[in-house]
Design a protein around this ligand. Sequence first.
Ligand code: SF4
Ligand code: SF4
Length: 72
Amino acid sequence: MEYKTGDWRSSKPVWNWEKCTKCGLCWLFCPDASIRQRDDGFYEADLDYCKGCGICARECKPGAISMVEEER
Ligand code: SF4
Ligand code: SF4
């Protein structure tokens, strides 16, 4: 699968916080530092900077992050 970077991406991460253990690995591994921790301790992506690489979803052991096709 090919991922584009730059001014658009082909997919974006979507969280299922019911599966999230707040381990912080997604935040640690995001190469663009585009994941932030919310006040409630859960994580989310800043889609202004997320490139859709899918690393966060791959590193999340509980499977709380899914990559979904970007809507256009
Ligand atoms: S890696 Fe997964 S379980 Fe860990 S904080 Fe991120 S979303 Fe939650
Ligand atoms: S898809 Fe890539 S750039 Fe976007 S939040 Fe996940 S690790 Fe970061």
